[in-house]
Design a protein around this ligand. Structure first.
Ligand code: PRP
Length: 223
């Protein structure tokens, strides 16, 4: 164990097992959402189709795009997994490999402005995502939800681009620290209000590469 760590909260093995379980559940939900999107699209096509089929009109019935080996025109776009830099990187990398579905990845850099330890609540976008989110299932991947400001902002930011859905998964949740109402859809572990580092989480840029999640010794951050 690193000498600056007071105690380990979650081992690498516990994190890996929880990440696999989250990936499985998220994959089931995304698959269900895609199936529903397909049903909605087909219902829309039927509603828009002429009353008589091509065959009834003496024409040749068209094969479905799938039967022709192509992608159906109304196939819903791939889900988009969004990694919030920098802390989410290790969790994101493991989680997307635990989701056995085609998906696209994107990366966004966000930071909060505040004086000292008190955040002003203003969130700044350093690097935005580039993909089109309209009509897509979006999965935001976060390392920790604290005040909730970052995710409340990001969900609003993405919702304005008309996604099909937005879900949030966080490795850690500190519900006792919430300053704005926010509930993640999937939580790896809920934790008390302790200073956690490791598995992407830092103090002054350090400890992100610890394979476990630990509580930092107060002496390190000057308490
Ligand atoms: C951390 C964490 C979340 C945010 C959560 O990011 O990764 O994005 O704080 O806090 P909130 O719920 O109070 O908004 P940080 O700003 O430390 O950046 P980093 O990921 O680059 O370490």
């Amino acid at each position: 164990m690193h000498p600056d760590i007071e105690r380990i909260l979650f081992t690498a093995e516990q994190i890996a097992a929880r990440t696999r379980a989250l990936g499985k559940r998220i994959a089931e939900d995304l698959a269900a959402s895609a199936a529903k999107a397909g049903e909605d699209a087909r219902a829309g096509e039927q509603a828009a189709a002429p009353a008589q089929s091509a065959a009834a009109q003496g024409g040749v019935p068209a094969q479905s795009a799938a039967a022709q080996g192509g992608v159906p025109a109304q196939n819903p776009a791939m889900p988009l997994a969004v990694c919030i830099l920098k802390g989410s990187v290790p969790f994101f990398a493991d989680l997307i490999r635990a989701i056995p579905l085609p998906l696209e990845t994107e990366y966004i850099a966000l930071s909060s402005y505040g004086a000292g330890t008190a955040s002003s609540g203003a969130v700044h976008i350093g690097k935005d995502i580039e993909a089109d989110v309209a009509g897509r299932d979006v999965l935001i991947v976060e390392d920790i939800v604290d005040s909730g400001r970052t995710l409340a902002f990001l969900c609003g930011h993405l919702a304005a681009r008309r996604p099909r859905s937005v879900r949030v998964v966080t490795l850690l949740d500190k519900p006792s620290r919430r300053a704005v109402p926010f509930s993640p859809d999937y939580v790896g572990f809920a934790v008390d209000d302790v200073f956690v580092v490791g598995c992407g989480m830092d103090y002054a840029g350090r400890y992100r590469n610890l394979p476990y999640i630990g509580v930092l010794k107060p002496a390190v951050y000057g308490d």
